[in-house]
Design a protein around this ligand. Structure first.
Ligand code: ADP
Length: 485
């Protein structure tokens, strides 16, 4: 049996997909996941829903296809869950990566001059995005949590770890190197939980999971009446890097889902970004780390969702394409969708979105077009920073995520970046990346490169905008960002 089960627990949905070794989808089950916004800047999810939906999806696909060789898990990163080791019950909701409640704590640590030390060890910046300050918040704000944690009664995990714990019946408390690299507690230079960081954030070591390679023995799950080995794990963006087969130094993938995340493979040497990008673990196999530089933008597709649900501009995200194309240009309208602060390369957690350049002639079509164009401008901001950091230019951008269904977005990306944009045949790159890791563990693939040989482009968009027009548009964007800052 060579089929592979990928668990893809994302921000907006929980899914299970069974892939053939060629990347064909044999079965899929998916459930939308609710986000809760208890206060401005706060974003939470119910961990019980995350677990129940994931189990439901796994049982469903296994019921349909039958046996699989192994399971790979991929997940929304940084989202923080703390649970009781005895009951398995969470002590608080999951605090989602987008949550900004710890912005003040981060600002005060930064003001005290700690960012340099943190960045040097983790490759990250002192931002609420990462798990460390979310963990501290739960320990400080949930009654009795800190005492229980000190007594070794609580466990912390990102979503991968929480799912793994429950899939293995509480036997395995582990994560993988990529997920660990997003906690801001893991030293990615020395590959270990870092005592100085634990002290800085006041987090007891006893709550932390064991950190494994991306291909490892993660135990086995009792699902649909059988035991299935869990052999692979990676955070969603790293899984997409693997699913997009970016195994050479300088290769880039860019994912457009709720947020936008561009990762460039930078090889085996840790290097700190000089342009406020993140350095992170791309993957770690047989103890050998490949690093990546990452640009994270918190809002990409979420801006389209907001136009749909918040403003009621259209009934389905799909309509945004025709609407944007119904006007010849953006009419001078720019939309900087910083609903939850600005990420790379600006890092301003307190910033909020703006729409500017509106005139009496502006319509919902211009605003929609501006929201889609924002994907191109935001990516160009990242690529400029990557170029300055690495001295390398990717030859092509391998793009994926829900938004690449939108041909206007893909073409605009190619135009703004001045590079071809390729959309892969296996569109579910994140889930596929998890399947690849599981496949390597089970011997279905003879290493990552072997799996990568299967990568094929489904569509390719060539840049065709003239330089003057591109520069004029980008200048408009820079002005809009300037206003917001
Ligand atoms: P995630 O994995 O972060 O949950 P997905 O990769 O599934 O997200 O992408 C979903 C996002 O893509 C949503 O925010 C949705 O608004 C957007 N989206 C989906 N289809 C389109 C489309 N045709 N045009 C524009 N946006 C789209």
């Amino acid at each position: 049996m060579k089929n592979l089960l990928a668990i893809d627990q994302g921000t907006t949905s929980s899914r299970a997909i069974i892939f053939s070794p060629e990347g064909d989808i044999l079965a899929v089950r998916q459930k939308e996941l609710k986000l809760h916004y208890p206060q401005s800047g706060w974003v939470e999810q119910n961990p019980d829903d995350i677990l129940a939906d994931t189990l439901w999806a796994c049982e469903g696909v296994l019921g349909e296809v039958g046996d699989v060789a192994a399971i790979g898990i991929t997940n929304q990163r940084e989202t923080t869950i703390i649970w009781d080791r005895d009951s398995g019950k969470p002590v608080y909701n999951a605090i989602v990566w987008q949550d900004r409640r710890t912005a003040d704590l981060c600002a005060s640590l930064k003001a005290k001059g700690h960012e340099d030390m943190v960045s040097g060890k983790t490759g990250l910046l002192l931002d609420p995005y990462f798990s460390a300050t979310k963990i501290a918040w739960i320990l400080d704000n949930v009654d009795g949590a800190r005492a229980k944690a000190k007594a070794g009664k609580l466990a912390f995990g990102t979503v991968d770890t929480f799912l793994l714990w429950h899939l293995t019946g509480g036997k395995v408390h582990a994560t993988d190197a990529t997920n660990a690299s997003r906690t801001m507690l893991y030293n990615i230079v020395e590959q270990r939980w870092d005592e100085e960081l634990l002290r800085l954030f006041n987090i007891p070591q006893s709550i932390l999971p064991e950190v494994k390679d991306n291909v490892a023995d993660f135990g086995s799950a009792a699902l649909a009446g059988r035991n299935v080995r869990i052999g692979g794990m990676a955070g969603d963006q790293q899984a997409a890097l693997i699913g997009q087969a970016c195994f050479e130094h300088g290769m880039v993938k860019s994912t457009y889902g709720t947020g936008c995340f561009a990762l460039m493979n930078i090889g085996g040497a840790f290097k700190r970004s000089q342009n406020r990008l993140l350095t992170t673990i791309g993957y770690r196999l047989d103890g050998k780390t490949t690093y990546a530089v990452e640009g994270s933008i918190f809002v990409a597709g979420a801006a389209i969702q907001w136009l749909r649900d918040g403003l009621g501009v259209f009934a389905s995200a799909k309509e945004s394409e025709a609407l944007a194309l119904s006007v010849p240009d953006n009419g001078g309208v720019y939309f900087v969708p910083a609903f939850t602060g600005l990420g790379a390369p600006y890092w301003r957690p307190e910033a909020r979105a703006i729409i500017c350049g509106l005139g009496r002639e502006s319509t919902r079509a211009h605003i929609t077009r501006a929201a889609l164009e924002a994907q191109g401008y935001q990516t160009l901001d990242l690529m400029d920073a990557m170029r300055r950091d690495s001295g390398r230019e990717p030859e092509v951008i391998r793009a994926d995520g829900g938004l690449v269904a939108n041909a206007f977005v893909c073409q605009f990306l190619a135009d703004m970046l001045g590079k071809p944009v390729e959309v892969p045949k296996v569109a579910e790159t994140t889930a596929w990346g998890a399947a690849v890791l599981a496949g390597v563990s089970a011997g279905v693939f003879n290493g990552l490169q072997d799996a990568g040989k299967r990568w094929k482009a489904a569509r390719r968009y060539e840049p065709r905008m003239d330089v003057a027009k591109r520069e004029a548009l980008y200048t408009g964007w820079k002005k809009a960002v300037g206003m917001l800052l």
